[in-house]
Design a binder for this molecule. Structure first.
Ligand SMILES: [Zn+2]
Length: 145
């Protein structure tokens, strides 16, 4: 029998009600929408050859239909649905909308990204009033999003 650890990791699929899989514009990623307006990509990325890492990228639809930074409730839902409670949030994308959760497949690699010590952070807000969350963004030096 092959140990589970040698099988290639698959993108995580959401649990719970209200999720619909949609066509993904991103190669290698699956894309999901939730009835509440949360949108999530799910993939396994290998950033800079550090090893396979589960990546869930979250946005949210505002009341006016625009794609905006996900608020506290949306992030809590995404962490739970994709089993990413242990994941680290690390945002490098140039558009500054996506909130990215990262969880190395290998538990021994689960430590804060080096950028957190090396790169100054920019802190602003995510989410609608009443659902505010901090949005921390760092200048991209790794090619991650
Ligand atoms: Zn980082």
């Amino acid at each position: 029998m092959t140990p589970a650890s040698t099988a290639p990791a698959e993108p995580r699929r959401p649990r719970g009600d209200g999720w619909t899989e949609i066509v993904s514009p991103l190669q290698g990623a699956t894309m999901w929408t939730h009835i509440t307006g949360v949108k999530a990509s799910s993939s396994v990325d290998d950033v800079n050859g550090d090893g396979p890492t589960w990546h869930v990228g979250v946005t949210q639809r505002s009341a006016s239909g625009a794609t905006v930074r996900a608020g506290r409730t949306a992030m809590r839902l995404a962490r739970w649905a994709f089993d990413m409670k242990e994941a680290e949030e690390d945002n490098h994308g140039p558009v500054r909308v996506l909130r990215s959760l990262w969880l190395p497949v290998d538990p021994a690699r689960r430590k804060p990204c080096a950028c957190k010590a090396e790169t100054p952070e920019e802190v602003s807000e995510a989410g609608a009033p009443g659902d505010r969350d901090a949005y921390v963004w760092r200048v991209d030096r790794r090619g991650a999003s």
